[in-house]
Ligand binder design. Structure first.
Ligand code: HEM
Length: 446
């Protein structure tokens, strides 16, 4: 980062870099909150990875400016350094500048809010089938159950795999890949010299195997005479054309499929697990939600999802590399500065959200939709999460389907502790719940 006199730069966390890194890695939310209390809303953090130094901002005015400059700035260097080799060079998540704009323009219509209706019945079906295997009575962790639902939804609604055998093979392969990327040792795959080690060779073989299955599916889709009648995202991308009339190559399609899997599976599952964690520890809210759903009213459910994504943002921050000077958080920042939009901090500002640590979906009933830069679980600007409407719809349909079938209560008295898991913040114990069949029958069969 370019140097200015210390007095002109945002205040810095006064701990050795190695201590900052350890605390940031172990408990990012607690780390941010502590230093906000000490240093104010804008501060500098020094870590042992990525660009090394990061400026955290969390005031809506700065966020607006930051996201508005997305066509000038680029993503923070090191974004998904671990996932890079898996996602591939064409990945929307990793592309920059004109390449990003080109891919994003082609992909956006497939994720438009109105298109999402097409996937509702798939998600309902997947959730219902998953519920059939849930234990009734004993305690279980909701998180893996949510992961199973969101993976199946990706395979059907995004990849559009209709053949059950192929779906099984792909599911197994992708699960093995996801398990590898969840391990801290995954970072080794980014170091060329280490890739020859057996562990990373095995990972490379797993990816090759899944790539072969994806390639077969892409080829099948290109040949499908009924392509125009299909609604899954892969079919839409195969049919879409760039502005010059050309289409996505097989390699581009492969990278985008892997990206949608990696960006959309764990995140949505975590959002669901947090929502259930908050609901089972707030029985009055859960009772109101159940009653309103029984009356066919989803307004409260929407408020519950908005509030859950506020209080437990799945992705706690997103970064940009400045290419132009900017005045953010009251400081002049030079090109080359890496700025992090501190999603978790924005959501708990008392000047934006009254009683910010309380779970109170009602706040979004009274005030309606949250203001753009005070609620940013999906980031912002031209890099805002392309799957935001998809994720919200998936959460809505899955929660409703689950609550129609079972009554859930907390296995533990306390709310879950947030812990880091790759780029997400997830419930430490996976949200331990106890399910019983819905006794009042109000919600069954409707
Ligand atoms: C609750 C669920 C989800 C959350 C909290 C979430 C959050 C985010 C965030 C914070 C970003 C970075 C935005 C930025 O830098 O401004 C992002 C990007 C992205 N997300 Fe999501 N996401 C979710 C679900 C999904 C789903 C379901 C998909 C696709 C099926 C998806 C696909 C993507 C992609 C492709 C990007 C990169 C966009 C770009 O760089 O242009 N996400 N997401």
């Amino acid at each position: 980062m370019p140097s200015r006199p210390a007095s002109e730069r945002p205040p810095e966390v006064g701990l050795p870099r190695v201590v900052q890194t350890a605390r940031f890695m172990a408990r990012p939310i607690q780390f941010f909150e502590r230093h906000r209390r000490e240093l104010g809303e804008t501060f500098r953090v020094r870590l042992l990875f990525g660009p090394g130094e990061f400026v955290f901002v969390s005031d809506p005015g700065s966020l607006k400016l930051l996201f508005a400059a997305d066509r000038v700035n680029t993503i923070a260097p090191g974004r998904n350094v671990v996932l890079g080799p898996l996602l591939g060079p064409e990945s929307l998540l990793l592309q920059k500048d004109a390449g990003h704009l080109r891919a994003r323009r082609l992909m956006l219509p497939s994720f438009h809010g109105e298109r999402m209706r097409a996937y509702e019945s798939t998600i309902r079906e997947v959730s219902e089938r998953a519920l059939g295997g849930w234990p009734i009575g004993p305690t279980f962790r909701a998180m893996p159950r949510m992961q199973a639902i969101t993976l199946e939804v990706i395979l059907r609604a995004v990849f559009g795999v209709q053949d059950a055998g192929l779906r099984d093979a792909l599911r197994d392969g992708l699960l093995a890949i996801l398990a590898e990327t969840a391990s801290p040792a995954a970072i080794g795959a980014t170091i060329a010299g280490l890739r020859r080690l057996p562990r990373y060779r095995r990972f490379a073989r797993l990816v090759e195997r899944s790539d072969a299955l994806l390639a077969a599916e892409i080829a099948e889709r290109r040949r499908d005479p009924d392509l125009a009648g299909r609604e899954d995202i892969l079919s839409l991308l195969v049919a879409a054309r760039f502005e010059d009339g050309s289409q996505m190559s097989d390699a581009e399609l492969r990278d985008q499929l892997m990206t949608l899997l990696l960006a959309g599976h764990e995140t949505t599952a975590t959002g669901l697990a947090w929502t259930f964690d908050l609901l089972i520890h707030h029985p009055t809210t859960l009772a109101r939600l159940t009653a309103e759903l029984a009356d066919g009213d989803r307004t409260y459910l929407e408020a519950v999802i908005t509030e859950s994504l506020r209080l437990r943002p799945v992705v706690p921050m997103t970064g940009r590399l400045l290419h132009e000077p900017a005045r953010l958080g009251g400081y002049e920042l030079d090109p080359g500065t890496v700025v992090m939009a501190a999603i978790g901090l924005v959501h708990t500002r008392a000047d934006l959200h009254e009683d910010p640590y309380a779970f109170r979906p009602e706040r979004f009933l009274a005030d309606g939709a949250p203001e753009t830069y005070s609620w940013i679980p999906f980031g912002g600007g031209t890099r805002r999460c392309i799957g935001a409407a998809f994720a919200r719809m998936e959460m809505r349909v899955a929660i409703e389907t689950i609550l129609r079938s079972v009554e859930l209560r907390a296995a533990d008295p306390e709310l879950e502790r947030p812990v880091r898991r790759n780029v997400t913040i997830s419930p430490a114990n996976g949200t331990r719940v106890i399910a019983s069949p819905r006794a009042d029958g109000r919600l069954t069969g409707g």
